[in-house]
Design a protein around this ligand. Structure first.
Ligand code: PMP
Length: 359
């Protein structure tokens, strides 16, 4: 059977071209006689793969030499701990913005290590918006400010970068590489790979060099950015295959024309889908339009009794993984970089015909 359109929030769709290239190279990478999975991470072949992928990632985001780029394991969830363990220094508190389920998880973890000042929250609005920056209650003695630019579950995305006096830390798991980004505004950016980068098992951290070397003395070595930076992300065995495959994705992004070109496509995809949802009385999206995510589009049916039918019919139409997160229900279409515009067109056509049949 042909490949389907995959709207999974993560692990998510990968570019088809990349999968076919990986297929071609899987058993015998460039004639060396083994697959990338079977190579020593210290071999000159793998080191060249890793270096090229790292450089391509740096090129895409125009990352300066002031920053280290680390290829780690442990998922974005480990960063919820690594950030406070490394960035608190002598300070005892940090500022956090609460815009959804992932912010809440980051906050809960940080509370193990410091006083967390929640400077703003949209919880009372059921996470359907971003708190107005003018109202944030920033503290004077925070070690850093942490926020989640794109909330994967709620489908809420910041349309601005907060300007604060302390290092800005962002969980970019679900929107990294979706548009150009001024990395210089951040102290640290992290992202789990399995949405817009590559396969699960890899987490990328971009950290300003002057923030390194301040990890708590009790922090495990594997939770110390400095240890990974000094070792070129090879303090232990890195996730070699995920690193390689992400490198293929970076090359694919460059072939698309880089992040500016990709952002235009993403904008078009999102506008089409939200446009259709807004025009329909049968589907709706609860997020304030200004803050709607271009990557994760949650929507509900007017009659939730039809949810199971919608998902069954969507599966039959080869539109996969449209169920909302288990904590919120409803539907969610994740339309990351690797989900082509024709997948969004097919989804809209399906939604139209479902509405016609069941409204
Ligand atoms: N942050 C965000 C914004 C996410 O979407 C996710 C995963 N869905 C996580 C953190 C957790 O990532 P991981 O599963 O890699 O730990």
């Amino acid at each position: 059977m042909a490949r389907a359109f995959n709207f999974c929030a993560g692990p998510a769709a990968l570019p088809e071209e990349v999968l076919f290239q990986a297929q071609e190279e899987i058993a015998n990478w460039k004639g060396v006689g083994c697959s990338v999975m079977e190579m020593s991470h210290r071999s000159k072949e793998f080191v060249s793969i890793a270096e090229e992928a790292t450089q391509d990632f740096r090129d895409l985001l125009a990352i300066s030499d002031d920053y280290e780029v680390l290829f780690l394991q442990g998922g974005a969830s480990s960063q919820f701990s690594m950030v406070p363990l490394n960035l608190l220094g002598d300070k005892t508190s940090a500022d956090y913005v609460n815009t959804g389920q992932w912010s809440k998880k980051a906050i809960a973890e940080a509370k193990r290590y410091c006083d967390v000042n929640v400077v703003a929250s949209s919880e009372e609005q059921n996470f359907s918006t971003v708190p107005d920056f003018g109202q944030w209650n920033l503290s004077k003695d925070a070690a850093y400010l942490h926020y989640t630019p794109n909330e994967t579950i709620g489908g809420v995305e910041f349309d601005y970068i907060p300007e604060v006096d302390v290092p800005l830390v962002a969980d970019y798991s679900s929107s990294i590489l979706s548009e150009p980004l001024d990395v210089n505004k951040f102290g640290l950016i992290y992202a789990g790979a399995q949405k817009n980068i590559g396969p699960a098992g890899l987490t990328i951290v971009v950290v300003r060099k002057d923030l390194l070397g301040k990890a708590k003395s009790f922090a495990p070595a594997m939770f110390d950015y400095q240890v990974h930076a000094k070792a070129g992300s090879m303090n232990n065995t890195p996730p070699t295959y995920a690193w390689y495959l992400s490198g293929l994705v970076f090359k694919w992004l460059k072939r698309q024309g880089g992040l500016k070109a990709v952002a235009e496509i993403n904008q078009r995809k999102a506008e089409k889908l939200y446009g259709y949802i807004d025009a329909s009385d049968f589907y709706s999206n609860p997020v304030e339009p200004r803050y709607r995510s271009r990557m994760n589009v949650p929507f509900v049916l007017a009659n939730s009794d039809l949810d199971a039918k919608f998902l069954q019919k969507a599966d039959e139409a080869r539109l996969l993984n449209l169920a909302g997160h288990r904590s919120v229900g409803g539907m969610r279409a994740s339309i990351y970089n690797a989900v082509p515009e024709r997948a969004v067109d097919a989804l809209i056509e399906f939604m139209k015909s479902f509405e016609k049949e069941y409204a």
